[in-house]
Design a protein around this ligand. Structure first.
Ligand code: HEM
Length: 161
């Protein structure tokens, strides 16, 4: 017999490949890199080692040190950094904030989502699957059932009168 053809994406394969390319850091670990010799920042869930950039920063090293080991997204965006600044950022990229630590300070909905994700082996893939697949058929199915019942009730009423 010929080789079996795979019709669906194997989430194990995808996750394995992603994990090989990307390094994830927990908030706990990032927090320890908070000195002028060892300075990590989180900006938009990405982790940057900016120790060698401190002296070059046009906004001064103080502002970077204030955010060392923490999430600097808000202060970075508040300044309205240019595209050039965003390009510089790329050089200092070292990895991603761990999925379990994302959205911790965000709205209720996202923290709910993230606590849900945390308990899954393949976070992103599973969440999208679970969040969207059954709600896409369950809601229309309930709506169809309701319409059916109303129609039936309406027909019975008309028959008997
Ligand atoms: C690694 C991350 C960062 C990079 C690569 C970066 C880069 C730059 C660059 C290139 C500029 C010149 C203006 C521009 O092109 O937008 C700048 C200005 C500035 N940055 Fe950053 N920045 C970073 C993080 C931060 C953070 C976290 C703060 C926190 C408050 C900050 C505060 C400032 C300020 C206040 C200025 C304005 C300086 C002025 O206009 O005199 N930067 N930054």
């Amino acid at each position: 017999m010929g080789e079996e053809i795979k019709h669906s994406v194997d989430t194990d394969d995808v996750t394995e490949t992603l994990d090989k390319c990307v390094k994830y850091y927990t908030l706990e670990e990032i927090t320890t890199h908070n000195t002028s010799k060892d300075t990590w920042l989180i900006i938009h869930d990405k982790v940057y080692d900016v120790a060698s950039f401190l002296e070059e920063h046009p906004g001064g090293e103080e502002v970077l040190l204030e955010q060392a080991g923490a999430d600097a997204t808000e202060s970075f965006e508040d300044v309205g950094h240019s595209i050039d600044a965003r390009e510089i950022l790329v050089q200092y990229y070292i990895g991603e904030l761990s999925l379990a630590d994302r959205g911790k300070n965000n709205s209720k909905v996202s923290s709910m989502l993230w606590s849900f994700i945390k308990h899954r082996k393949h976070p992103v893939l599973c969440t999208f699957e679970t969040a969207f697949s059954w709600s896409t058929w369950l809601i229309p199915a309930i709506a169809a059932l309701a319409v059916g019942l109303v129609y039936r009730y309406y027909m019975l009423e008309h028959k008997s009168s």
